[in-house]
Design a protein around this ligand. Structure first.
Ligand code: SAM
Ligand code: SF4
Length: 334
């Protein structure tokens, strides 16, 4: 347990206890809301944080009261040695829960290991239950692998949340079938607003369904939809349907309704610290480490970064006005 005066608080009084780490910018899918089909400039491998560096950084965060970590990417399971790394991560003193976000294409035979390592939950990205639509969205033919991962996660009783990005003209017809998955399975299906991080810098075609539209649509077919208590600091507005085993969430990722209770920081694959999904990065921890910084130096830099954190995602976006959003979510971690 960190001493109170060492814990991470921002200038708005929000305590930070959650770190999201993108371990790679590489991906084997090309979801069109996230990455362009071609012309992707992956960073040089030596620019990626090594697993040793990530473990050291996480230890520093844990000393400061961070107790929850999510591993994401890019696709985290593309990175060699990921299982060994996950095991070491879960053993860090102070880290109470470890979570993964994955596209599920490389995990159909790894769910056993995920369970055995003690990963607390898996967020599985799945935007359609129709193989053709899945192909159109991801530009890859991996639907069966993802469905096998989903079945395995359920069979092995691993807490599972499906993340579906809702996109007008692409997958509205998947909303109801997704909800049906929660009828006999105690999983959560979360509907996300699309954000402008598609790696192209052009978002003119983005016709976001906002959370209110998503909810209205669901309520039309499920008038008994019932609000449940949201978890503290959660970005998801949670609901249940009477008689269904699982739950439903709607995440206002573009409307940004949840910033007031934000408890998270993000570390990109190259070591950039982001105090908000929508900022352009605050400072680079890898550069500090490779210049010989001590853990105390890193702690000080973190406290400093949090002393001028944007109040919400809108302010963070305004502050980066001279750097237009053109990055891919794969380089941020989602
Ligand atoms: N590759 C893994 C996956 O797809 O789960 C992890 C990385 S991915 C960037 C993390 C999450 O970000 C996924 O759930 C994905 O759907 C979401 N995401 C990516 N681009 C997005 C966008 N433009 N708007 C909303 N969500 C997005
Ligand atoms: Fe890859 Fe995930 Fe982005 Fe899809 S959302 S392209 S799976 S990083």
């Amino acid at each position: 347990m960190a001493f109170l005066d060492l814990m991470l608080y921002d200038n708005h009084g929000r305590n930070i206890n959650y770190l999201r780490i993108a371990v790679t910018d590489r991906c084997n899918l090309r979801c069109h809301y996230c990455m362009p089909e071609e012309g992707i400039n992956y960073v040089d491998r030596k620019e990626l944080l090594s697993f040793e560096e990530i473990l050291r950084i996480t230890e520093v965060f844990a000393q400061l009261g961070v107790n929850k970590v999510r591993i994401t990417g890019g696709e985290p399971f593309l990175r060699k040695g990921i299982l060994k790394f996950l095991r070491e991560l879960t053993n860090i003193n102070g880290i109470k829960s470890t979570h993964i976000t994955t596209n599920g294409t490389l995990t159909d035979d790894k769910v056993n290991s995920i369970k055995e390592i003690g990963i607390n939950s898996v967020n599985l990205s799945l935007d359609s239950l129709d193989p053709d639509r899945f192909y159109k969205i991801t530009r890859r033919d991996s639907f069966d692998k993802v469905m096998t991962t989903l079945t395995e996660l359920i069979d092995q009783d691993i807490a599972t949340k499906i993340n579906m990005v809702v996109m007008n003209r692409h997958n509205i017809e998947d909303i109801l079938p997704m909800i049906e998955l929660t009828k006999h399975n105690d999983i959560s299906v979360r509907f996300l607003e699309e954000m402008p991080f598609n790696g192209t810098g052009s978002h003119s075609g983005m016709k976001t369904w906002n959370y209110a539209q998503i909810l209205e649509y669901i309520k039309t077919y499920h008038p008994k939809l019932k609000k449940s208590n949201d978890h503290p600091n959660s970005t998801s507005m949670d609901y249940t349907i009477p008689g269904y085993d699982g739950s439903i969430g709607v995440i206002a990722s573009y409307s940004r309704t949840f910033c007031g209770s934000c408890n998270r920081l993000r570390l990109t694959p190259t070591g950039l610290l982001k105090t908000c999904l929508y900022d352009s990065g605050v400072f680079n921890i890898k550069d500090l480490i490779r210049a010989g910084a001590s853990n105390k130096d890193i702690e000080q830099a973190l406290h400093e970064a949090l002393s001028h954190r944007a109040k919400d995602g809108h302010e963070a976006e305004r502050k980066r006005a001279h750097i237009a959003i053109n990055e891919s979510m794969a380089t941020i971690g989602g």
